[in-house]
Ligand binder design. Structure first.
Ligand SMILES: [Zn+2]
Ligand SMILES: [Zn+2]
Length: 723
């Protein structure tokens, strides 16, 4: 008798057996099954002859959802992720699927159409439309730029866009085809910038490995033209009728990037897969990718699980970015899984970055990955970085004389400057000068941050908000002081220094409203802003052509934290921020205000020398026995009860069998020992051998599960990027 082994969306480490009723069920099918008195969707991992459960007790599969079964390679990827990251198979499976196809009532989306300009449509001129017919003019322009549009594009253009297009069909200017059925017009080769020698070499070398597993590090500073290399590779892959998966960090996935791709590849079906999309659109895109129709898939980390039957190439842009690591549930690294997929599918994988993660850099220097460098910026020169020693600065001054002069000169030239500070709010601490009291969150082991906008105290960990006290709750002193500076305070100082300048603050607070950040970007591009003040949101990927001056304010704190990755991250971040200065044809300058100008990190930053600093860090890590020279897994646990937490971690620290090649450290409180009333602790396991650590983890997990500490929530974070 046929039995289907099914993964269900629940925290159980095994599959569930169901009987078939003559259905043609295959591996990879999504099925509806009864489970705990309700109906739910399951994913079939196997179809077997026997179950170790008595036949009479097995329930029947009710129906099969109308979705093509997932390919074996995707099932294998899910299984690998579930095992490697110690996550129950059902949770892992359902974490990877778009929400819509997980519904019991799933129905395939309605027929989608694509609209294509005809020859007659191509010959339309703007003069054919009355001057006030702005929508008609815009529609024509959009079709000319893209050749092909979908209903969603037309509706995005204007609410009347689709209706107008229907009338154009009657006029013979537009043709309507079922989606993804039109053959691709010749890829346009016009407007291709000439490649530098280095770009050319990168394209040739990577192209030569198409059709086989081959990992590459493409190291290139901001503005060195990595994207152009991606474009050429995508073009080559598309010519072979294959698909490219391009993974980008969350914040980089802007409409501009997709727009740039669409303009470059007007005939190519390109879909996005990210959290900004509506569920229906996300599902439709996933289906187009799964059917092999989408030739380019641009997505954030989750897109790594998209079934791509014609995969030809994977690109991970900004591979060092922390957002490729999922921080809850299935705690996977999309970058690491990209390597797994590339090997599984025998395709090349390109990891691109100006400041590669030390893991990737070590793989490149040891010869495991091919190593390609783009050392020159084809357009603008590399920005000059200067270090400003703040130790001699008069008390109360926030900017050095030199920086103030530069900011003023930049205003006079009509160019933009960026003042970078990675702390939002007005002041990071509110203190009483008389008794030393400072405002702490009652639910977290953290200080409250003073926010100016609503004159309140905010906890950045649990979101708790309080009114600013009129006087010190401890001694009654009315003179409370904000210590240190956040972006709001910098914004105010800059406003006082340059009263006529347009200053725009960009951080999580100012961009909370939906689309706020997009509108701000438009303002920056159209020169309505002189000085930008902001956090790391400004560090990444955005190209502001008139931005020529970057001032980095006191980034020193990260040099002295306990996390051994802190200096790597700081260096990556500062290189990225510096890269914002000077694009297009304007040279850029960067000033770093620091108390430790002689620190090797700043010295390397000044030389824009990623490699020498990476070598230093790798030597340190090797001596200290840190990744990438060892492999780590972190047990994270939290509980409202501190004693329950401690006893759970104590139990965890005493596994039944000892694995000689795995070191288990002592339980310690987490960096923030309490958040929202929950105590947090952790325990690190480490080994020189990845396989040994994996063997240990699967035994350890059983040991941890056996402890019925109901008041403790825990998870194992394999290859953690934060300790
Ligand atoms: Zn006081
Ligand atoms: Zn809090």
């Amino acid at each position: 008798m046929a039995i289907a082994r099914v993964a269900l969306d629940c925290p159980v480490y095994s599959l569930f057996d169901y009987r078939l009723t003559g259905q043609e069920i295959q591996k990879g099918h999504l099925v509806v099954v009864p489970f705990r008195k309700r109906r739910t969707v399951g994913l079939v991992f196997d179809v077997v002859e026997h179950s170790h459960i008595e036949t009479a007790r097995l329930l029947y599969i009710e129906s099969i959802l109308p979705v093509e079964p997932l390919p074996e390679t995707t099932l294998a990827l899910i299984e690998f992720s579930s095992e490697y990251y110690q996550c129950p198979i059902g949770l892992a499976s359902f974490a990877t699927l778009p929400a819509t196809v997980k519904r019991v009532r799933y129905a395939p989306p309605k027929q989608q159409w694509q609209y294509v300009l005809t020859r007659a449509g191509l010959e339309l001129t703007p003069e054919q439309f009355p001057a006030r017919a702005t929508l008609q003019r815009r529609l024509r322009q959009s079709f000319l730029a893209n050749r092909m549009l979908r209903a969603a594009d037309l509706l995005a253009l204007s609410s009347g866009g689709l209706r107008l297009t229907e009338t154009w069909i009657k006029k013979g200017w537009i043709e309507k085809h079922p989606d993804n059925t039109v053959s691709i017009p010749e890829l346009s080769l016009k407007d291709q910038p000439a490649l530098t020698d280095e770009q050319h070499a990168a394209v040739v070398k990577i192209s030569a490995t198409l059709g086989s597993f081959s990992p590459w590090l493409l190291e290139g500073v901001t503005g060195s033209g990595k994207t152009e290399v991606y474009f050429r590779l995508i073009e080559e892959v598309a010519h072979r009728g294959l698909q490219t998966l391009l993974l980008v960090p969350e914040i980089n996935l802007t409409p501009q990037l997709e727009e740039r791709f669409r303009q470059r590849f007007p005939g190519l079906t390109l879909v996005g897969l990210h959290s900004d999309l509506g569920q229906a659109e996300r599902c439709a895109n996933w289906l187009a990718a799964r059917a092999g129709e989408a030739k380019v898939v641009i997505g954030t980390r989750l897109a790594i699980f998209t079934p791509l039957p014609k995969l030809g190439l994977i690109i991970v842009d900004e591979e060092h970015d922390g957002s490729f690591k999922q921080q809850e549930g299935l705690r996977y690294s999309a970058r690491d899984l990209a390597i797994f997929c590339a090997r599984q599918r025998q395709v090349p994988v390109v990891l691109g970055s100006a400041t590669p993660s030390l893991e990737t850099y070590q793989n490149a220097r040891s010869g495991r990955f091919g190593y390609l460098r783009l050392s020159r910026r084809p357009v603008a020169a590399t920005p000059g970085v200067r270090l400003v020693d703040t130790r001699g600065m008069p008390k109360g001054h926030k900017f050095s004389e030199q920086v103030i002069k530069q900011l003023g000169a930049c205003l006079v030239r009509g160019e933009q400057s960026l003042v970078f500070l990675n702390r939002r709010g007005f002041a990071p601490a509110l203190v009483c000068g008389a008794c030393g009291w400072n405002a702490q969150c009652g639910r977290c082991s953290a200080r409250l941050v003073w926010h100016m906008t609503d004159a309140g105290l905010h906890c950045h960990y649990c979101g708790n908000q309080q009114h600013l006290p009129r006087a010190c709750p401890s001694c009654g002193n009315q003179d409370l002081k904000g210590l240190g500076e956040g972006t709001q305070r910098l914004e105010r100082w800059l406003g006082e220094l340059y009263p006529r300048a347009h200053i725009l603050r960009i951080d999580r607070d100012s961009t909370r409203r939906k689309r706020a950040w997009q509108e701000m970007q438009a303002d920056i591009r159209t020169q309505r802003v002189d000085i930008l003040v902001g956090t790391q949101m400004l560090a990444k990927g955005h190209d502001f052509p008139r931005l020529t001056l970057v001032v980095i304010v006191n980034p020193d704190a990260a040099l002295f934290t306990a996390d051994f990755r802190a200096s790597e991250k700081l260096f990556q971040q500062l290189m990225q921020v510096s890269g914002r200065a000077g694009r297009a044809n304007l040279p850029g300058e960067v000033f770093v205000q620091t108390q430790f100008p002689e620190h090797p990190l700043y010295q390397a930053l000044m030389r824009q020398d990623y490699r020498s600093y990476a070598e230093d860090l790798l030597n340190e890590r090797k001596l200290a026995g840190f990744p990438p020279f060892v492999y780590q897994a972190l047990l994270r646990a939290e509980s409202h009860s501190e004693s329950a937490l401690m006893s759970f971690l104590g139990h965890a620290a005493r596994p039944p069998t000892v694995n000689q090649s795995v070191t288990l450290f002592d339980p310690v409180p987490a960096a923030i020992a309490k958040i929202a009333g929950k105590h947090r602790g952790q325990l690190l396991a480490q080994s020189f051998a990845r396989a040994e650590l994996q063997r240990f983890l699967s035994e350890w997990r059983l040991h941890l599960t056996a402890n019925k500490a109901s008041r403790v929530r825990w998870s194992i974070d394999v290859d953690p990027i934060e300790l």
